[in-house]
Write a protein that binds this ligand. Structure first.
Ligand SMILES: Cc1cc2nc3c(=O)[nH]c(=O)nc-3n(C[C@H](O)[C@H](O)[C@H](O)COP(=O)(O)OP(=O)(O)OC[C@H]3O[C@@H](n4cnc5c(N)ncnc54)[C@H](O)[C@@H]3O)c2cc1C
Length: 355
């Protein structure tokens, strides 16, 4: 299973996809849940609002080492996600990226219909919400004119360098994403200016060094300040105003890439009729079911007394939740537990995808 192989792979995005379990979130807990669903004998589909898997591990600390995953004394967050992807490969679980779940309805037969903002529909016997702190969204500019200029002159991600070729480009932000894109864009832009509110950065030291060298070599500019206004007569961006400690400077700009990082938002899940406390979903710790039957919450999004936001807690929660979910998918069947070490079918699947 490739990280983004199934994004948009479904032929008709409006036709409902039937599955035993819909997993919301492809963070570490959602990925482990996909493996566990396969072991238990449940089909599943994963959706994630982002364009790649890994949740916080990939978005917030990909290169940091993690030391508290059982039997893995140390691995980076990125390696953990790679291992989880490898672990669920035997079940070839479809992962639908760039899909933010929106509406939920429950049919008379108890099954759920879930729609994403981007138009996909799922028909599931149970839902496992592994949505972390909620869907990550880019932190937007708080300027009234910015919205109308989005995707033409104001961007919150850089999809293709070519779109910025030959333009006056301003990149705003001081993290890894802002510095990496500023360094890449300086090669195609007519002029590249990096704007950050202070002369210190939250990016890796090597990126900061590269940026400083590029500024010293005259390949790009760096301006300290905050984006305070957009000059866009007739809807075409001409320049941005950068507020500084004393006064303001005008920087010519056709394109502004605002790379301030991501903020998390529970979003539409808050309207699904679940009991929510402090932005997290209340669950019963015997099976991690929410206040609505058939809807489970695991990982950071789950709330219960003494909840620890740890990856290993999420793994345990997913494992118990899916055992209860089985009863919704196959009410007529009694599931017999088999240890994985004695599961011949599982062994066969794992061996078949081992290379
Ligand atoms: C800097 C840092 C270091 C950490 N170090 C450790 C550590 O050493 N050990 C440890 O155990 N834990 C650590 N953690 C905590 C750990 O990363 C989290 O507990 C873990 O990521 C939770 O996993 P999750 O799958 O529940 O959620 P997340 O990783 O947050 O993933 C949730 C996913 O759900 C998606 N999503 C949310 N809402 C929607 C929606 N509406 N529709 C579709 N998709 C949606 C999100 O886009 C995201 O990809 C650390 C956290 C941070 C920030």
């Amino acid at each position: 299973m490739e990280a983004d192989a199934n994004s948009g792979a479904h032929e008709d995005p409006r036709a409902p996809i039937r599955t035993d379990v819909l997993i919301v979130g492809a963070g570490p807990v959602g990925l482990f849940a996909a493996f566990e669903a396969g072991v238990i004998g449940l089909s599943c589909q994963i959706v994630d609002a982002l364009g790649r898997v890994g949740g916080q591990c990939i978005e917030l600390y990909p290169d940091k080492p993690i030391y508290d995953i059982p039997a893995i004394p140390s691995c980076t967050a990125r390696e953990l996600v790679e291992r989880l992807m490898q672990q669920c490969r035997p079940f070839d679980v479809p992962i639908h990226l760039d899909q933010r779940v929106m509406d939920l309805t429950q049919r008379d037969d108890g099954r759920f219909t879930v729609r994403t903002e981007q138009g996909m529909t799922f028909d599931a016997a149970a839902i496992l919400i592994a949505a972390g702190n909620g869907a990550f969204q880019p932190q937007r500019l708080l300027l009234p004119d910015a919205t109308a200029l989005e995707e033409r002159h104001v961007f919150y991600s850089v999809a293709r360098l070519a779109d910025f070729a030959g333009k006056h480009v301003v990149v705003a932000g001081g993290g890894d994403s802002a510095l990496d894109w500023a360094l890449a864009l300086r090669h195609v832009a007519q002029r590249l200016t990096l704007v950050h509110r202070r002369n210190g950065f939250s990016a890796t030291a090597s990126s900061v060094d590269s940026m400083k060298r590029a500024v010293a070599a005259g390949e790009m500019d760096f301006v300290v300040g905050m984006i305070g206004g957009l000059d866009a007569p007739g809807g075409a961006l001409h320049s941005v105003a950068v507020k500084q400690v004393e006064g303001s400077v005008e920087i010519p700009a056709d394109m502004l890439a605002v790379l301030y990082g991501l903020v998390a938002d529970l979003g539409p899940i808050a309207n699904w009729g679940l009991e929510i406390r402090g932005g997290r979903i209340e669950v019963d710790t015997s099976n991690y079911e929410s206040s609505r039957q058939g809807i489970f919450a695991v990982g950071d999004i789950a709330n219960y007394p003494n909840k620890q936001k740890l990856i290993l807690s999420g793994f345990h929660e997913a494992s118990l939740a899916l055992r209860k979910a089985y009863a919704y998918a196959y009410p007529e069947k009694k599931r017999v537990h088999v240890h994985s070490s004695y599961d011949a079918k599982l062994a066969e699947r794992v061996q078949a995808t081992a290379t």
